[in-house]
Design a protein around this ligand. Sequence first.
Ligand code: ACM
Ligand code: ZN
Length: 758
Amino acid sequence: MRTFRTLFILLLSVSIISCKTDDKSYNQGINITPKPMELMQKDGKFTLKNTTVFVVKDEPAGKVVDFFISKIRRSTGYSLLKQQDKPSGNYIAVNIVSAMELNDEGYTIDVTGNGITVEAKTPQGVFYGLQTLMQLLPAEIESPEIVKTAWTIPNVSIKDEPRFKYRGQHLDVCRHFLDVDYIKKQLDVLAMFKINKFHWHLTEDQGWRIESKKYPKLNSASVKRTEGEGNVYGPYYYTHEQIKEVVAYAKERFIEVIPEVELPGHGVAALAAYPEYSCTGGPFEVRNIWGVSNDVYCAGNDATFTFLTDIIEEVIPLFESDYFHIGGDECPKGRWEKCPKCQARIKQEKLKDEHELQSWFIGRIEQVLLKHNKKMIGWDEILEGGLAPSATVMSWRGEQGGINAANMGHDVIMTPGGWLYLDHYQGDQMVEPTSIGGYTTLEKTYSYEPVPEGLDKDKAKHILGAQANVWGEYLYVPEQTEYMTYPRIIALAEVTWSRKEQKDYKDFERRIENQLVRLDGHGINYHIPIPEQPKSSSDFIAFVDSAIVELKTTRPVKILYTTNMEEPTADNSKEYTAPLKFSENAVLKVRSALPSGKMSVVRTITLDKQTYAPATASEVTPGMKAEYYKGKYFKVSELEGKTPDETEQIESLRKVKYRIPDYGEIGEEDFVSVVLTGNINVPDDGVYRFSTAADGLWIDGKLLIDNEGTVRKNVKSDKSIALAKGYHAIKIVRLGNIIGGWPTQWDGVGLKMEIQKF
Ligand code: ACM
Ligand code: ZN
């Protein structure tokens, strides 16, 4: 019978999927995320049918119901009707009840086999109640195609409200641009998790992303950059119409969009078009390396404030939020120290130093915002030199800025890097795509407690909530931005919505599997833990007798593997349950599989049986020969046949003469490539592991590590080799250039070489 029905449906429309969803492991139990305040489950269930009706009387709630009617239609194919009178059964009644004992975002749900009642004080509460109802249905309710299944909702009573009123995500669209469709897709998903603030970081050193009608050069000169590799990135920016479209779209999902226009630092893209608002007069180019620029807006020039005021006054009407973010972070003071106008300002305003000048700068901008009834938000550096009276502080450099500001009676939004910077690695950096650094797993983000321990008890009310920040330096494509955002942003949702005592990471881990299927419905490219090795992961393992490969993942998921060169699938692979032993050459392919069947990328680990390579030298010169080649080089082969500009013998890697200068000051003339040659003294026969961020590393004349053309702020590549006791020739080449926004020449930080016996 079932088969016939399936066949019939298939004939009817290819986009209808028929499946039994309620026996899927990820649909078992209650999966509501963020976890509601109170939930009581009872026997029985309600079944959503094509004939189920929404009962709703007032219009604002009706509009919210329409949103869910169309959402439900997409995955069920049902066209649910809205009516004012309650039938005897098979209904979802939605009521606005102004006298409820819940906050404005709270709601109650009562599900019985007969019907469902959702009540809230506000349309926003109704919206969250209905999102929760979606979360009680099988995860396939988020499918973009029709799924034929039993759409059941367990009988429950729920009383829910958020713990914090600020539950945010920040997005940097300057380093790498993300278009309106991308933003809307994110807003759809953020709303599912009851996130209610979207902090849109619109201006930066590396790009200005919002149209200006008054300063048209911003829309041409500031919206593109020439990358270090020579290609042009952009032009990319949002028109006023697009901004308004996003704000309206977000509003329908009860998300407030907060714009950020950065000052006094992080403004090089604007200064490239209008250098007259800098201290030196420029000229400038839109910055093509990350980090912090020394060039900032001039605080002594009144014309700078006319410019910034005009911009702010142009941006304000596009947004509906009461807040306006003015940045305020990472503003070096060097230019101000040397600028006669800035120094005159310090004198005239009787300021102590450049920190007070920054504070004065922010205070002057605060006045512009106050005139328009906007509340100013700034990063925690705005505390330095005195905090503007009305400012709300975003604490990003840890929690102390937030603690200080709250203790002074200011509102605070917690965004500390260690927990809430989603540009950090979420697994071993050897297996994850290159990121800016850090290590913030899903569990770490989940563990965050927004009210810091050091805060005076009566000041906790100033912690409005928390926000996860998504900075885009390494997020070259939208898929990568999603990969870093999800699922960690869902942890942020629970951190800010649910109560501290309700948090339970193990239960969150269980529920996340259901949530990931919902993300599949929206085509989100989320992070799936990649199998790692317990110490440091390596894709090339040399051994002499045998090698043991142990695997783990950042959260418990199944690991599948093959040794026959095929990519592991559900059918051709074995499940990893214990360390694997290899005595012969092998290629191990590993990947993780989620309960939904979705799999991670495949890691290929080569196991190479070797004999100890004999020593290649008996007498050696101490130290290494360093050859320096000035100018930018992108390939090791480009150095061939060239005469070095300088050669010297150095006693250790630390003594390399040309290092990367301050990222704020780097110029074309600063690029130097280094070729180092010498011998290493291998103390015993053994297998040694080399790890470097240099472009190439040769042992005994053979290329061991090849990083040419990769972005390598972090050590990303390592290999092992069996070496006999004695001296072995080594060569390291580090090219001076810019790849992907980082100047990559010898810097002692970006380059490490580890020799490890194991
Ligand atoms: C920041 O991450 N610079 C606020
Ligand atoms: Zn100046």
